[in-house]
Design a protein around this ligand. Structure first.
Ligand code: ADP
Ligand code: MG
Length: 782
């Protein structure tokens, strides 16, 4: 089965097996039959010709004198009835199954072509193939009540390469094109302007035939036509729709009954001859009107029968020979008859609608069997959609526990409404933030650098002059501190500490260590500078999820671990940067400066891009203006070429150039952004390292008791803060001992707290050193 697609229609051609052209010979009865020259084979399928040596030429020649022709049947003394049965019956019957068929009578003038094809119109018994074919078609239609079959006919005469409609005298509603032309389209070849008449019964069909025959004769008289020069093509068009299988498929076919001009004049119809030439791969169908009009009916995918009419008399033997040669050549031609199936779109839609209605009924039955109240499967209307939206909202709020599943359409709509609600909420959150804060797009480097210049945020995007980090107004990510994290109940220990300290506003200078460890309300006032550093540090700490220590831990009298008072953190930090942290600080600063440089470049590139974009817009506008001018003047096209003036041309060039620049700059910006992201990451990492190291150093230098330091530091494998409690718990025996001794001595909650810390340590994969440190320190105060 082959499928070809033509526009909206689909044509299906079911390929059959290869068939040969059937070639028959009919010998015109005569009293003067050349018995010595023409011999029929016993099988009635061969004919032998014996030619006596040409005595007139008088000389000995080697001319061939005997021929044997194999055919599909030799009809001699055959009745019209038998001829039809042999030659045409099958072709017609297959036409009703969708196969095109062509029956052609070929032969010299007077050999009986017209007699065979049309027959004696005055004598029913002697009627030819045409009326018999029509009869068969209508009989078969009657025998097929399962199909709605329509029959149409046309009758075309080709005389001296001119087309004549032999049925033009009959009323016909259709396009009348004069002169008629042969048109090829994907559905085949047809003659534009030729009237095609619908016939619903045999009788009408006969009337058409007779009308055509009458016109043929009249025309030959009035126009002084020599009928031997004309080809006549009577075509029966069949279209069959199944009444039972309403799949929208239908078949079409046509039967061409061709009465050719005398073969002695066929020189011009070379294509007919070419058909029989197997070596020829190109058949010049268009060379003459006949073969062009029959292009899709000669060979190819149709059933084809050639009936050669010959004389049985010696005088015509020369022409008989040439006719037989042609017939035997045609016998070799193969065709591939195929069914022409088409799809009736309208019918198919109707069928699908029917099917749909049926399935809906089926669904309704299933629903009632499943005890479901009538479910509606139609597309949802606005009210139903609004209801689903409200369900989704209630579900999200928690006032609706679940959304019942009804059908596929409803499920899809539920998901859809989830999306709707989500995007609405996103918008709401954003506008709420906008009401409260000024939001800056983190990719908008111009805006960021402006804010930086104005001194509202520092280079890292941190707010300047907000010591506790609260009240962030500028959400420039990535900020290491996220304002949203600061909810009262979840304040970290350190935050509570620092805010408490600030609230108290106590003025007595207190050592920095108390800042970290004490809950006392009376102890400290960090200088604003100190606050800055500490805040910076705390922002870092915040990200490491520090658990607040119990705030009601017993207050203990502080025992300074060192005789010397530890310096304030900002001061210590400066020291640290020059000493142990100098290398990391150098890298940090280097990365920062690279980052800043890239940001500056990105900002400049952004500005350039914006400028180019503006210029592009201006140019585009100018170009549109020019274009509209040109169109108004009406000279917008000339032989398919646009005519534009120089100004417009220059504008086009400029726009092209700008686009190029734009793309290049954009590419740069993209690269820069990638670099910035990378650098930002490095800077963040460095800062974290710097502060962590600082804390370790600070604690080691000023807080950890020296005995503990001894235990932890040199040979003890313990590095405060870098070692999770779980590790501390699995130390070597000596260390373990020391450690548990310390715990017993130091832990405020007593031995019970050990298991607590153990459990905690076991469950936490990653542990922050501060926890350990603070636990130890807290305990130390005991
Ligand atoms: P063609 O169309 O090939 O020129 P026709 O069909 O007009 O030849 O035949 C010429 C004449 O011979 C006609 O009068 C026709 O009735 C007669 N004729 C041809 N074949 C037969 C036949 N098989 N039996 C009786 N008459 C025939
Ligand atoms: Mg004739």
């Amino acid at each position: 089965m082959m499928r070809r697609k033509n526009g909206n229609k689909h044509y299906f051609t079911r390929m059959g097996t290869r068939k040969k052209v059937l070639a028959f010979v009919r010998v015109k009865p005569t009293d003067d039959f050349a018995h010595e020259m023409i011999k029929y084979g016993d099988d009635n399928k061969s004919i032998d010709i014996h030619l006596k040596k040409d005595i007139r030429r008088g000389v000995v020649n080697n001319q061939q004198t005997d021929w044997s022709f194999k055919l599909d049947g030799v009809l001699h003394n055959a009745s019209q009835d038998l001829v039809y049965e042999t030659v045409a019956k099958n072709v017609v019957s297959q036409a009703l199954d969708g196969y095109n068929g062509t029956i052609m009578c070929y032969g010299q003038t007077g050999a009986g072509k017209t007699y065979t094809m049309t027959g004696a119109t005055e004598n029913y018994k002697h009627r030819g193939i045409l009326p018999r074919a029509l009869q068969q078609v209508f009989r078969m239609i009657e025998e097929r009540p399962t199909h709605a079959i329509t029959v149409r006919v046309s009758y075309l005469e080709i005389y001296n390469e001119s087309l004549f409609d032999l049925l033009s005298t009959l009323p016909y509603v259709g396009p009348s094109v004069t002169p008629m032309t042969i048109v090829e389209n994907p559905q085949g070849v047809f003659v534009k302007g030729l009237s095609v008449h619908l016939t619903s019964q045999e009788e009408d069909a006969f009337s058409l035939l007779f009308e055509g025959e009458a016109n043929r004769i009249i025309a030959s008289h009035t126009m002084n036509k020599n009928s031997s020069r004309s080809h006549c093509i009577f075509t029966i068009y069949v279209e069959a729709h199944s009444r039972t299988l309403s799949d929208g498929k239908y078949i079409t076919s046509k039967i061409n009954l061709v009465d050719l001009a005398g073969s002695e004049r066929l020189g011009k119809s070379g294509a007919i001859i070419a058909l029989g030439d197997q070596k020829r791969d190109h058949i010049p169908f268009r060379q003459c009107k006949l073969t062009h009009a029959l292009k899709d009916s000669l060979g190819g995918n149709c059933n084809m029968v050639l009936l050669t009419n010959i004389y049985g008399e010696a005088a015509q033997l020369e022409e008989t020979l040439s006719s037989l040669r042609f017939a035997s050549r045609m016998k070799l031609v193969t065709t591939e008859p195929a069914i022409n199936e088409k799809y009736d779109a309208e019918r198919m839609v109707k069928n699908l609608e029917k099917e749909l209605a049926l399935l809906k009924q089926e669904l309704a039955i299933h629903d009632s069997l499943a005890n479901r109240t009538l479910v509606n499967y139609d597309p949802m209307d606005e009210i139903q959609i609004a209801e689903i939206n409200s369900q989704v909202r209630r579900y999200l709020e928690g006032t609706l526990d679940e959304i019942d599943i009804i059908n596929l359409r409803q499920i899809q709509e539920v998901f859809n409404q989830f999306r709707v609600v989500l995007s609405q909420q996103e918008q709401e959150v954003e506008s709420a933030l906008r009401r409260k804060y000024t939001l800056i797009d983190k990719n908008d480097f111009a805006a960021i650098s402006a804010v930086q210049k104005a001194g509202i945020v520092d280079v890292e995007g941190h707010l300047v002059g907000e010591p506790d980090g609260q009240g962030f107004g500028l959400g420039v990510t990535p900020f290491s501190a996220k304002p949203g994290k600061k909810s009262k109940s979840k304040k970290t220990f350190r935050e509570q500490l620092s805010s408490l300290a600030r609230k108290e506003g106590a003025s007595s200078p207190v050592s920095g260590k108390e800042l970290d460890v004490s809950m006392s309300k009376t102890q400290m006032t960090p200088s604003s500078k100190e606050g800055d550093v500490k805040d910076m540090i705390m922002r870092e700490r915040e990200t490491s999820s520090i658990e607040p220590l119990p705030s009601d831990s017993p207050k203990e009298e502080l025992r300074p671990p060192r005789p010397s008072t530890p310096p304030p953190k900002p001061v210590a930090f400066e020291d640290f940067k020059n000493e142990r942290g100098s290398e990391i600080n150098r890298i940090f600063k280097e990365n920062k400066s690279i980052l800043n440089e890239r940001r500056k470049r990105a900002s400049e590139t952004t500005q350039r891009i914006n400028a180019i974009k503006r210029e592009m817009d201006v140019t585009k506008e100018a170009l549109n203006f020019q274009k509209s001018l040109r169109e108004k003047q009406g000279e917008y096209e000339n032989k398919g070429l646009m005519i534009i003036d120089e100004e417009e041309f220059l504008l086009i060039l400029k726009l092209k150039d700008l686009k190029k620049q734009y793309r290049a700059e954009y590419q740069d910006l993209r690269d820069l952004r990638a670099e910035i992201q990378y650098c930002q990451h490095l800077v963040d990492q460095c800062r974290h390292r710097l502060l962590t190291e600082f804390d370790i150093w600070y604690n080691e230098s000023f807080f950890i008791p020296e005995d503990l330091q001894m235990a932890l530091k040199p040979g003890g494998n313990i590095r405060p803060g870098m070692v999770p409690v779980s590790r501390l718990m699995s130390l070597g025996e000596d260390d373990q001992d020391k450690f548990s001794q310390l715990q017993h001595m130091l832990l405020p909650e007593g031995p019970d707290s050990i298991s607590f810390y153990n459990a905690k340590a076991k469950t936490e994969q990653k542990h922050n050193y501060l926890k350990t440190m603070m636990g130890l320190q807290q305990a130390h105060r005991k």
